[in-house]
Design a protein around this ligand. Structure first.
Ligand SMILES: C[S@@+](CC[C@H](N)C(=O)[O-])C[C@H]1O[C@@H](n2cnc3c(N)ncnc32)[C@H](O)[C@@H]1O
Length: 274
């Protein structure tokens, strides 16, 4: 079983669960077939420090009435455990567990025909760190069929964004992949108005709130609608920012956007921060 997380893990699972309940109910009388994709699916159960064993996102999603579930996991051992956990629970549903890197699999998601007109769905992107490439979000956006919950790795990004901007090449390329642009340096760093002691220019970094705005603005360049209510999930012990829970819609129908955004905004603003 995987061991990770804390109160923020419970919070994120609660939010996704509420959205899946809303989504499957809102679309139950529509002509669409419904698909749930968990691209960082995990091993089934999670051992959350201080809370014991709880079902993770994939096992929880199966409780909601989707027509198809796709679980992607790049750790073969975890993928096998997830498969066993599903077998043990004897769910009689259409479930595919795909071992592999979700970035490679999502790259072609818009080119498969099953989603066209007949399918709608929700994708949950729940990486530990900077594992999701921006190109995957672009591919999802092109489907025009999926609502997306993305747990953006604020703390992992924070760690590689050194204060003065002295970032090694390898990390720069990882940030380029994460944010889908090389322009982030211009947005994230700025010259301090105060000159340093010996006159050289000090380079400052924007705040976590600034990074949050930047990420939302980047998502808006790809998706027709993005929630402004993204939640910064913090470590309750020291309040350090860990993740940014974002919501985006790939469907460009005004009615779909209005309905989904209203529900997501409501859930994001009415869920107790632990
Ligand atoms: C935070 S855990 C996901 C937990 C899961 N959503 C849950 O609630 O139980 C992240 C998972 O993604 C997997 N992973 C990391 N990089 C991946 C990638 N590129 N493609 C697919 N899975 C990946 C890890 O092995 C790990 O199991």
């Amino acid at each position: 079983m995987q061991s990770f997380g804390g109160t923020w893990t419970l919070l994120k699972l609660d939010i996704i669960g509420k959205y899946l309940a809303f989504y499957t109910n809102a679309l139950k009388n529509q002509k669409f077939k419904l698909c749930y994709i968990d691209a960082f699916a995990g091993s089934g159960d999670i051992d959350v420090r201080g809370f014991g064993n709880i079902p993770g996102s994939a096992l929880r999603a199966i409780d909601y009435p989707f027509d198809k579930y796709i679980f992607i996991e790049n750790d073969n051992n975890y993928a096998r455990k997830l498969s066993e956990a599903i077998k043990n629970k004897r769910f009689d549903k259409d479930i595919s567990i795909i071992p592999g890197d979700c970035n490679e699999l999502l790259e072609t998601i818009y080119s498969v025909s099953w989603y066209k007109n007949r399918w709608r769905g929700v994708i949950f992107l729940d990486p530990y760190a900077m594992d999701l490439k921006w190109a995957s979000l672009e591919a999802i956006a092109k489907t025009k069929a999926f609502d997306v919950w993305y747990l953006f790795p604020l703390s992992a990004l924070n760690r590689v964004l050194q204060k003065r901007g002295n970032i090694p090449k390898k990390n720069k390329s990882k940030i380029n992949d994460l944010l889908g642009t090389t322009e982030w340096e211009k947005e994230i760093y700025y010259e301090s108005p105060q000159l340093a002691l010996f006159g050289e220019q000090e380079i400052e970094r924007i705040s976590i709130d600034g990074i949050k705005k930047f990420v939302i603005q980047r998502l808006k360049m790809v998706f027709p609608a993005v929630s402004e209510k993204s939640l910064v999930l913090r470590n309750p012990l020291n309040r350090s920012p860990l993740f940014l829970l974002c919501f985006a819609i790939s469907n460009d129908s005004k009615t779909a956007i209005k309905l989904s955004l209203k529900a997501a905004d409501h859930i994001l603003t009415h869920t107790e921060l632990l």
